[in-house]
Write a protein that binds this ligand. Structure first.
Ligand code: SP5
Ligand code: ZN
Length: 345
């Protein structure tokens, strides 16, 4: 399968994240994309560089003030204190209920909190460039589908599906899956479906399209009562306004088996078929793998081939976007199993 590789991903290499108040090594590492690249090369898949600048479509997915903040966040941070070049900024204050989010404070940490849903998304000097190259890959994939390509895989990091119109979170800064869906719409697809198979609910993507009927969002994920991102992803979230009926959440209890997961996939595929979509975007998180260090589902490597085959059965052009998956050494095999399962149909 034609793969767009985000070569800027390496610039996003945070030194640590915060877990239970302690500094721990990041789960979301550069090695992840490198394992996928190695496996793609070993199994004969061609890699290309993204060729489309996503700037225009990016501004229709994310807000201008969030994009301006993110693009300049690192230089603003460094300008506060030269020693900050060696420090990772983390938010410590957030505008929760009753506090105002319409006014952007001048204080850097207050701005970081305004634009963050958690303190789990470490920002580094190269984060903007890496995330932007990821949305460039997504826009490029949409252009390739318009030109007649049947499927394109975006091998990119950091991931994106937790990033909303104006916030980062869950290791995500910009949302390439949302950019791919929006770019496909602008390239002439009347209806697009987004299927999110990451272990975690794609709260950012859901929120971006929640009021729209042209982009259906379907997600299979760990029940938010116990699993991140906790505050979105319930079955009663079905869309609002014109988007009513165009959001389908299929939460599964932590610890669910592969059998239960593929049952939910059948329901997801039935809803996508009913949408009569012209194209599909798959948020391809592989943290449903039994060996994932932060998740609790039980898919094995051959289940990912089965996932690819099942998606091919929809008969749609597809943009695959890499999302989560933290068993890094197995990530390449699992991702390429989806790709080849799809190709072999
Ligand atoms: C894209 C994506 O998969 N983001 C996931 C973000 C999850 N952030 C919360 C991580 C909390 C780690 N919990 C570890 C529990 C180990 N028992
Ligand atoms: Zn995830």
């Amino acid at each position: 399968m034609l793969t767009l590789f985000n070569a800027r991903h390496f610039g996003h290499a945070p030194a640590f994240e915060i877990f239970r108040g302690e500094r721990v090594p990041c789960f979301e590492t550069p090695a992840r994309a490198e394992y996928v690249r190695e496996q793609l090369a070993a199994r004969g898949h061609a890699l290309r560089e993204p060729h489309v600048d996503s700037r225009a479509v990016l501004a229709r997915v994310h807000t201008p003030r969030y994009l301006a903040f993110l693009e300049h966040a690192w230089s603003d941070w460094e300008a506060l204190d030269p020693a900050n070049a060696q420090r990772q900024p983390f938010p410590s204050v957030w505008p929760v209920r009753t506090l105002r989010s319409d006014r952007e404070p001048a204080n850097f940490t207050a701005r970081l909190g305004l634009y963050s849903m958690d303190n789990g998304s470490p920002l580094t000097a190269g984060s903007w460039a890496a995330a932007k190259a990821g949305t460039d890959a997504a826009a490029s994939a949409a252009a390739l589908l318009r030109a007649g390509e049947g499927a394109v895989f975006c091998c990119t990091r950091p991931p994106g599906h937790h990033a909303g119109a104006d916030f980062m979170g869950g290791y995500c800064f910009l949302n390439p899956a949302a950019v791919a869906a929006q770019a496909l719409r602008e390239a002439g697809a009347a209806r697009v479906a987004v299927l999110d198979v990451d272990y975690h609910h794609g709260n950012g993507t859901q929120s971006i399209f929640y009021g729209r009927a042209d982009v259906l969002f379907v997600s299979i994920h760990g029940d938010p009562r116990t699993e991140y991102p906790f505050y979105l992803g319930h079955a009663d979230e079905t869309g609002e306004g014109e988007g009513a009926g165009f959001n389908l959440n299929l939460p599964l209890p932590a610890g669910s088996s592969a059998g239960a997961w593929f049952g939910a996939l059948d329901a997801a595929c039935a809803r996508i078929a009913r949408h009569r979509a012209d194209a599909l975007v798959v948020s391809l998180g592989l943290d449903t793998f039994a060996g994932d260090p932060i998740s609790t589902f039980a898919l094995h490597s051959d289940d990912f081939s089965r996932l690819g085959r099942r998606l091919r059965g929809l008969g749609l052009p597809v943009v695959f976007v890499l999302e989560g998956g933290y068993a890094a050494a197995e990530l390449g095999v699992n991702a390429v199993n989806v790709i080849e399962g799809f190709e072999q149909g």
